[in-house]
Design a protein around this ligand. Structure first.
Ligand code: PSU
Ligand code: MN
Length: 306
């Protein structure tokens, strides 16, 4: 994979020096948020990572090259271009062979992060088991990727456009550790509450870092999910969100990888932009936590090596 990848100089140096590096995805830029909010959010997220003395590495594909650490211009390009492929595991061979532009999903970003030696990855929400998956078999590639690729995904949980209980069951079956920060309740992206509880809460970011290092030393394959509830003042309550989500799901006529972008943009219209505002706030909050985790993880590794 390394032959098809360009890791930017700053990221390379940070990895070499054992400075924290945090991967970021580009599907959220190209398909998850409208322009110009997508670009502004991506900048603010990168700044948030830097506040913890870590280096951000936004991942995407430009003309068939996997870029780890996109430049500002490259992010702008992916955020404005119309024919950007949404790239999960199965899309990588095609975009590389045909030298296309691609925005990487959680799954796609995990693959590139892992290949370049980045452990921690911050995003908004992960894909999951869709409602009605028993009939449609629509389960995000993100979950399978979490079972096999060693990247820690910091997110705000799973949107209730998905089957949250089903998603947690799936992750359990695949042996993926799942935690939420400061609470046992797994958050539902726009809302802090989901009604689904985990066995343990993470006390703080340092505990997260300790568990990540323990998993690594145990040589257990696969990723980890650390969910951060959206800040209280930014959340949209579950009761309010549920009705909008029901309506968007009813109107959804597309299939496959178009489902998630459709639902996100329809919910934005139905909530008159409130969902987008919440989405921006939660990604920035995740970046804050992710930066702290990455920093703590590097410190622990240094101590451990002594
Ligand atoms: N959730 C969001 N915004 C997003 C996505 C999820 O709130 O942009 C994107 C992520 O890149 C995720 C992908 O990996 O959607 C999942 O798509 P699918 O459900 O088609 O697997
Ligand atoms: Mn799907």
């Amino acid at each position: 994979m390394i032959d098809y990848m360009d890791i930017n100089q700053e990221v390379k140096e940070a990895l070499f020096e054992g400075k924290g590096v945090v991967a970021l995805e580009s599907t959220i830029v190209a398909h998850g948020m409208p322009y110009p909010e997508n670009i502004e959010t991506s900048k603010r997220v990168e700044q948030e990572i830097r506040k913890n003395q870590c280096v951000p590495a936004t991942v995407g594909v430009i003309k068939g090259r996997i870029k780890v650490g996109l430049t500002e211009d490259e992010i702008l390009y992916l955020g404005k271009a119309k024919d950007v492929v949404k790239v999960s595991r199965r899309d990588l061979p095609l975009v590389i062979a045909n030298k296309l532009d691609g925005a990487t999903t959680v799954a796609g970003t995990m693959i590139a992060a892992n290949a370049s030696g980045i452990k921690i990855f911050v995003t908004g929400g992960i894909g999951g088991v869709h409602r009605g998956a028993g009939e449609t078999f629509d389960i995000s590639q993100d979950l399978e990727e979490l079972s096999m690729t060693d990247t820690v995904v910091v997110c705000a949980g799973v949107k209730s456009i998905l089957d949250i209980g089903g998603t947690l069951e799936y992750l359990e079956t695949k042996g993926v550790p799942v935690f939420s920060l400061g609470t046992k309740e797994f958050p539902a992206f726009y809302s802090r509450q989901s009604g689904f509880f985990l066995e343990d809460a993470l006390k703080d970011e340092e505990e997260g870092a300790k568990i990540i290092l323990a998993k690594e030393k145990l040589e257990l394959k696969g990723g980890m999910v650390i969910a951060c509830p959206i800040p209280e003042e930014e959340e949209i309550k579950k009761e309010i969100m549920d009705s909008y989500i029901e309506q968007a799901l009813k109107e959804c006529k597309v299939k496959g990888k178009e489902v998630t972008p459709f639902l996100l943009s329809r919910i934005k219209e139905l909530t008159e932009g409130k969902s987008l505002k919440a989405n921006i706030a939660l990604v920035i909050n995740n970046a804050k936590a992710g930066g702290r985790i990455a920093k703590a993880y590097e410190e622990l590794k240094r101590k451990d090596a002594r």
